[in-house]
Ligand binder design. Structure first.
Ligand code: ZN
Length: 243
């Protein structure tokens, strides 16, 4: 089975459309959360996902948009964008986001979460020490995570109980067989690794590989829409630098 793996779309419809057009053929779409928040097209992104056979889980922004968590825990820009998103969302979008689970098991050995295997919605996995705890407390062969917006891989080395971290770049597919990994495909709609290109991955369970991909999307169209909706300036600016 070939899976298109995307995360953190954040209402950036031009980025989502570009990724869908760029991706080679796939069977099922996996979305690791934060479909809405920050960006100008929350409903369009939800409706587009619904057109595909897909599995999606809830991110922290999705939870906030449906009132499952307080907005006060978000920083000012994120909060302001969420207020706008909530006003904008259709009943259909509310219903869809409200049904998303916080984790999903695929083929028994693959775990999908937004944050980390240890704390599915909220933990930012950026260092090997935190990743080590996730490897220890949950049983999985491969975990797919989002949330940090940074394409990153952690590998469990069982003989020394250590975890290696590695930034992920497009190139040779990563071999999965015989390894225990946590992989973050980066963000479709708001990359934060200094590269403004939309980021996504392809998981092929038959060949046992994961491939990273990046694609240029029309950032200026998203920015223009954000300005037209008076979304925070800092959120508009960061898209073109990918930070
Ligand atoms: Zn996010």
């Amino acid at each position: 089975m070939r899976y298109l793996v995307i995360s953190d779309i954040h209402g950036n419809y031009p980025a989502l459309q570009t990724v869908l057009a760029d991706a080679p053929p796939w069977d099922v779409l996996l979305c690791l959360g934060d479909i809405v928040g920050y960006g100008p097209n929350p409903n369009e992104c939800v409706d587009r996902l619904r057109q595909f056979e897909h599995i999606a889980i809830a991110g922290n922004h999705d939870c906030a948009a449906i009132g499952r968590v307080e907005l006060s825990i978000f920083n000012q820009d994120a909060r302001q964008a969420l207020y706008w998103t909530i006003q904008e969302m259709t009943p259909r979008s509310f219903g869809y986001l409200g049904r998303l689970p916080d984790s999903h098991r695929l083929d028994d050995e693959i775990l999908l979460v937004h944050g980390s295997p240890r704390e599915p919605t909220w933990e930012y996995l950026i260092d090997p020490e935190a990743a080590r705890e996730s490897f220890e407390v949950r049983d999985f062969r491969l975990a797919l995570v989002g949330h940090t917006h940074i394409p990153l891989m952690f590998e469990w080395a069982s003989e020394v109980y250590r975890v290696k971290a590695m930034m992920l770049e497009p190139g040779e597919p990563i071999r999965l067989q015989g390894r225990r990994l946590i992989i973050n495909p980066g963000s479709v709609g708001q990359p934060r690794d200094g590269n403004p290109r939309a980021s996504y991955g392809l998981l092929d369970t038959e060949s046992g590989t994961f491939e990273m991909r990046r694609v240029v999307y029309p950032v200026e169209i998203t920015q223009e829409r954000m300005r037209a909706r008076s979304l925070p300036r800092r959120l508009v600016d960061r898209l073109e630098i990918g930070r």
